[in-house]
Each structure stands twice: as structure tokens, then as C-alpha cells.
Design a protein around this ligand. Structure first.
Ligand SMILES: Nc1ncnc2c1ncn2[C@@H]1O[C@H](COP(=O)(O)OP(=O)(O)OP(=O)(O)O)[C@@H](O)[C@H]1O
Ligand SMILES: O=c1[nH]c(=O)c2[nH+]cn([C@@H]3O[C@H](COP(=O)(O)O)[C@@H](O)[C@H]3O)c2[nH]1
Ligand SMILES: NC(=O)CC[C@H](N)C(=O)O
Ligand SMILES: [Mg+2]
Length: 527
């Protein structure tokens, strides 16, 4: 990721991630300020960071203490490179330490809502009220600002809560401007980006389509491509962009791997044939379910599914276009995928953070991949993709469709995936979705996986008789971008209807539970 080109001619802001809970959120906020941004791990050598010629660098928060022995540090070359730098929390403390100020554990810890007093607005806090509320989460404090820096704000516990040096084009705040609870957070970030760093405001969703169309034309030449089309918004938007670039030299392939939801294949076929003329529907249930026999480990499941997806696309490529004989110009096998930035980050490919789970389309790809990938959305967040979809005029049912993971119901069966278990889960899921839609909550809920605890049984009583069935878990969540999520407070009467219907209508299930875990610490899917 680190060497990837910035789409088009935009200024680049790199967010150096020191293990912040919400580094992705910082990048999103920068993009909201119409400046293109990406995240890099703090372990990336400074020479490589600077080689990308960032217009500004943001140092994120992080769990360590800057003075601890094993604390992730920053190569001080960053301060000598004549690149504007902004620090938040840990990043602010790193700046203080690295530029000759002081950081200490003063015992003055601040967590959550904190009142801040602006002593001097400077450029960073221009037009920000003298008293306002920010979100803090720190145990250490800057006790002395570096020489040449103006201290702009303080809290009751923290005398140095913000500083800037216009001469050096550097600034920092102890608080978290990226979270919504912080008042004027976006305004402060924009003052840094636009007024201190001088970043140009060119990044909008409008230019991404034209830029990608051009890049794809250059990549594919007069070749042909297949698009992995799932029915989800990401692949629909990716397909629409590639279709603009290469027209009918694109063929969309939808794989029914036997783990799709009730009625899904028919619905996708119906909806997409109108938009994309031909849709190649592959029935690969035997292949996938055969390969998954005996597999119980979540990561292994994902790897098997990722591999079988690619094998299916290889076969589809040959069927649609014939064998690729010469991998030279014009005869390369191209595969379009609707991969998004969070897929890349969570698969450990972006910020160099730990691999949380291998998304089938990134970390789950087999090593012997022969396709050249076309992923026009690889740097975007979902809300950005939806904006592009609307701009392209795709139907709103497509643009606002709730996400559904590529591995499908396979990662919602905790235990081995079998045909019978899939039938059970498919029915329970259909009931839950039907009731959610009937309650008019589709747009309020990000998604609501139903999970079958296939290896768990519990005792129940139905019709005066004992049952010994499986529980299902409802996992309704709200989210902005799937990077973080909260459990959705569904109305009780809706939960009651879902529970009653599932236990009445789905033999094998005698208990319905609700997952009330946010992300973090839980993830949205259970595997
Ligand atoms: N059943 C499928 N058939 C063909 N391609 C698929 C299938 N499932 C997933 N893919 C490919 O994998 C990519 C990643 O899946 P993912 O679920 O993240 O995206 P999506 O389905 O397009 O959108 P959403 O996240 O809203 O469901 C898709 O964009 C698509 O290219
Ligand atoms: O295409 C996909 N392939 C995958 O392997 C995959 N795993 C999770 N998801 C979806 O990603 C979002 C975040 O999910 P998690 O909180 O479970 O990581 C949620 O929207 C999940 O449904 C996937 N999508
Ligand atoms: N959120 C943060 O970046 C915290 C920074 C540092 N670990 C502190 O406690 O002060
Ligand atoms: Mg999907």
C-alpha cells in the first residue's frame, strides 16, 4: 500500500498510525476536508514516508507513553524535512518530546468530555469559541511546549493543550479533533490542513470516476476483463466504473457458492441484468461446500473460500474469453473486485496493523493468483463509494443495500458448514430480514447478521415436549464505515416478533439471543 500512487493529481496527507483506536477516522476527516489521505504504520521507515512527498503528516494518538523504553518513536528527520506536521494526543506528545519540549505523567488524567479554554486563537484555533468541549483520552501531558511554539489552549488539568508554530508549519492538540464529540474538531483540522499546511482542496467524489476510468483504460488497453459481482454496492459501483472505461469488453460474473441468502441469486440476476446487460451466474455450491468439508477454523474457512472464488473466476474467464495463451499485452487476465480501503486495512495490508481477519478478496487471495487485479475503490470508504454510486445514477436499492460479506453465511455458522446448517440459517436470516424491513429500519441499521451456533445446543420446551436445539444470535449494528460499530437498540416488539417467528418456523432453533457488543471489542461478523 505504501507505494501506491495517489489517485489523480491531489495533495497527499499521510496519517502515521501509532496504534490509535481510530486512525481510519482521522483519514476520513481529512478527506472530508477535501484533501486525499492514507494511513501508514509507524514502523514504515521515514525515508519511505517522505519519498511519497506528502503535503502534510499527521501523527496519530496511541496507547504508549512517549518516555517509556518500548514506546514507538518517530524518526526526528520528520521535523527537519520541511513538511507540515500535526500531532493529536500521543502524536502531540511526540512532537513536544522531539522538538525540545517536555512530556510527563503529571497524574492529571483526562478521559472523555473536557472543557478547554482558548487563550490565543492563532491560526489553528481561529474562530473557535474561547470555551468549548473536546474529547480527551490521556494520562501523560505536555509540561513544556518546544521553543518557538505558541501555547494556544489549556484545560483545568493540562496547561499545554494545543500549540502551533507558523514558521515551522507545525501544530498539535492534546485532544481528539477526529471524534464527533469534540466540538469544532473538523474546523481545527481544516485550519491545519488548509491554512497552516496549505493543502489544496481538490479531493471530491466527483473526480474519482473520471480518474479511474482513465487509469483503467491505460491498464487494460484493448484487453478484456471479468468483474466479480456480488450484488453488493461495492462491486456494483466498481463494475459501473469499469464498464464506463471498457464498455462491453467487461463481463460480470456472480458466484452462487451455496452460502448466499434466501432468494438472493434470483434477485441479483433480476436487478443486475437490467443495468449490466449480461450477468454470468455460476452455480459453484458443490465446489465450495466440498472444499469446506471438515473446516471449522474461521481463518481457514476464509482462506478456502478466497481460493475457491479465484478458481471459479479462472474457470469463468476461460469460458467467457477462451484460454489466455500469451500473458503479454492485450492478453492479460483482468479481474475487477469491489475491494474497499477498510478491507485492505483490516486484512493487515494497509496500516501494517495486525491481521484481524482475512477478507476473502484481500488477505484470502491464493498465492498463485494469475489475475491482474482492477480495484477502482481500493482507497475509498463505504460512504464515499455510496456517493459515487449515486453520482453514477445506480438505483438507490443498489446503492443503499446493506453489506453482506463475500464468504456469505459460511462465516455465520460457528462450526463446520453443512448444507443442512445452511438451510436452517438461511430461513432464520430471511425471517429476521423480513421483519426488519417491515419495521422500516433498513436504512437505520447498518446490517444485522444472524449467526447459528451450530455446535451449541440448549434444552427448550415446545408443545409440551423437550427440545434440544441450537441458538441463533441476532447481531444488529449501527456504523458509519464498518471500522467501528455499536449494537443497535432494536425495538422490543420487533425483537419479540423475530424471536417468536424463528422459534416457531425454523425447526432446529429453539432459542434467539441478541449480541450487545460494540466494535471494538467485538467485530461485526462472528468469524
Ligand atoms: N458471490 C460473489 N460473486 C462474485 N463476486 C463476489 C461475490 N461475493 C463477493 N464478491 C467479490 O468480493 C468483493 C468484496 O465483497 P464485499 O462483500 O466486501 O463487497 P460487495 O459485496 O460488493 O459490497 P457489500 O460490502 O456492500 O456487500 C466484491 O466487491 C466482489 O468483487
Ligand atoms: O466481502 C467481505 N469479505 C469478507 O471476508 C468479510 N468479512 C467481513 N466482512 C464485512 O466487513 C464489515 C466488517 O466486518 P467485521 O467487523 O466482521 O470485520 C462487515 O460489513 C462485514 O459483513 C466481509 N466482507
Ligand atoms: N490517546 C492517546 O494518544 C494517549 C497518549 C498517551 N498514551 C497518554 O495516555 O497520554
Ligand atoms: Mg458483499
Amino acid at each position: 500500500m505504501a507505494n501506491q500512487a495517489v489517485p489523480g493529481e491531489h495533495d497527499l496527507v499521510l496519517v502515521v498510525d501509532f496504534g490509535a483506536q481510530y486512525a481510519q477516522l482521522i483519514a476520513r476527516r481529512v478527506r472530508e476536508a477535501r484533501v486525499y489521505s492514507e494511513i501508514v504504520p509507524h514502523t514504515l521507515p521515514m525515508a519511505e514516508i517522505l519519498a511519497r512527498e506528502p503535503k502534510a503528516i499527521i501523527l496519530s494518538g496511541g496507547p504508549s507513553s512517549v518516555y517509556a523504553d518500548d514506546a514507538p518513536g518517530i524518526d526526528e528527520a520528520v521535523f527537519e524535512a520541511d513538511v507540515p506536521v500535526f500531532g493529536m494526543c500521543y502524536g502531540f506528545q511526540l512532537m513536544a518530546q522531539g522538538l525540545g519540549g517536555e512530556v510527563a505523567a503529571t497524574g492529571a488524567r483526562e478521559y472523555g468530555r473536557t472543557a478547554v479554554t482558548v487563550a490565543e486563537q492563532g491560526t489553528l484555533l481561529a474562530d473557535v469559541p474561547a470555551q468549548h468541549t473536546v474529547w480527551m483520552s490521556h494520562g501523560d501531558s505536555v509540561t513544556a511546549a518546544p521553543a518557538g511554539f505558541d501555547v494556544l489552549a489549556a484545560t483545568a488539568q493540562t496547561p499545554v493543550a494545543a500549540f502551533e508554530s507558523l514558521e515551522r508549519r507545525m501544530a498539535g492538540v492534546q485532544w481528539h479533533p477526529e471524534v464527533l464529540h469534540t466540538e469544532h474538531g473538523q474546523q481545527v483540522l481544516e485550519h491545519f490542513l488548509h491554512d497552516i499546511a496549505g493543502c489544496r482542496q481538490t479531493w471530491t467524489m466527483l473526480n474519482i470516476v473520471e480518474e479511474q476510468v482513465e487509469a483503467i483504460r491505460a491498464q487494460v488497453g484493448d484487453g478484456r476483463a471479468i468483474c466479480a459481482l456480488s450484488g453488493g454496492v461495492d462491486s456494483a459501483v466498481a463494475a459501473a466504473i469499469v464498464q464506463r472505461a471498457i464498455g462491453d469488453r467487461l463481463t460480470c460474473v456472480y458466484v452462487d457458492h451455496g452460502m448466499m441468502r434466501e432468494g438472493e441469486t434470483e434477485q441479483v440476476r433480476h436487478d443486475f441484468e437490467e443495468v449490466f446487460d449480461v450477468l454470468d451466474v455460476v452455480d459453484a455450491a458443490d465446489q465450495f461446500l466440498g472444499a469446506l468439508e471438515g473446516v471449522r477454523d474461521p481463518e481457514e474457512k476464509r482462506k478456502v473460500i478466497g481460493r475457491e472464488f479465484i478458481r471459479t473466476f479462472e474457470a469463468a474467464q476461460v469460458r467467457v474469453f477462451g484460454e489466455v495463451v500469451d500473458e503479454g499485452a492485450g492478453d492479460t487476465a483482468f479481474l475487477v473486485q469491489g475491494t474497499l480501503y477498510p478491507d485492505v486495512v483490516e486484512s493487515g495490508g494497509g496500516a501494517g496493523t495486525s491481521n484481524i481477519k482475512s477478507h476473502h478478496n484481500v488477505g484470502g487471495l491464493p498465492d498463485d493468483l494469475t489475475f491482474e487485479l482492477i480495484e477502482p475503490l481500493r482507497t475509498l470508504f463505504k460512504d464515499e463509494v455510496r456517493a459515487v454510486g449515486e453520482q453514477l445514477g445506480l438505483p438507490s436499492s443498489m446503492v443503499w443495500r446493506q453489506p453482506f460479506p463475500g464468504p456469505g453465511l459460511g462465516i455465520r455458522i460457528i462450526g463446520e458448514v453443512t448444507r443442512h446448517r445452511l438451510d436452517v440459517l438461511r430461513r432464520a436470516d430471511a425471517i429476521a430480514r423480513e421483519e426488519l424491513t417491515r419495521a422500516g429500519l433498513d436504512r437505520d441499521i447498518w446490517q444485522m447478521p444472524v449467526v447459528l451456533l451450530a455446535d451449541v445446543r440448549s434444552v427448550g420446551v415446545q408443545g409440551d415436549g423437550r427440545t434440544y436445539g441450537h441458538p441463533v444470535v441476532l447481531r444488529p449494528v449501527t456504523s458509519e464505515d464498518a471500522m467501528t460499530a455499536d449494537w443497535a437498540r432494536l425495538p422490543y416488539d420487533l425483537m419479540e416478533r423475530i424471536s417468536t417467528r424463528i422459534t416457531n418456523e425454523v425447526a432446529d432453533v429453539n432459542r434467539v439471543t441478541v449480541d450487545i457488543t460494540s466494535k471494538p471489542p467485538g467485530t461485526i461478523e462472528w468469524e
